[in-house]
Design a protein around this ligand. Structure first.
Ligand code: FES
Length: 65
């Protein structure tokens, strides 16, 4: 599913970037551009970021760090 229409970035790409060490929305923007133009995808990007960190690290407390 395309999440960022400005840069044609999918949720899959965002999840891959988190798995490869992107820790926050700023780092995701640096790596693939998500959220750095209109900002319309920002809330979805943030939700995927938290979800993926929980999947990778196992808890919301760790994911928020
Ligand atoms: S939809 Fe992602 S920056 Fe515009």
């Amino acid at each position: 599913m395309v999440v960022c229409h400005c840069h044609a970035v999918s949720d899959r790409e965002i999840r891959a970037q988190v798995a490869n060490g992107a820790l926050d929305a700023e780092q995701l923007a640096e790596r693939c551009g998500v959220g750095d133009r209109c900002g319309g995808c920002a809330s979805v990007v943030e939700a995927i970021l938290v979800e993926e960190k929980v999947n990778l690290h196992g808890s919301l407390a760790t994911a928020a760090a």
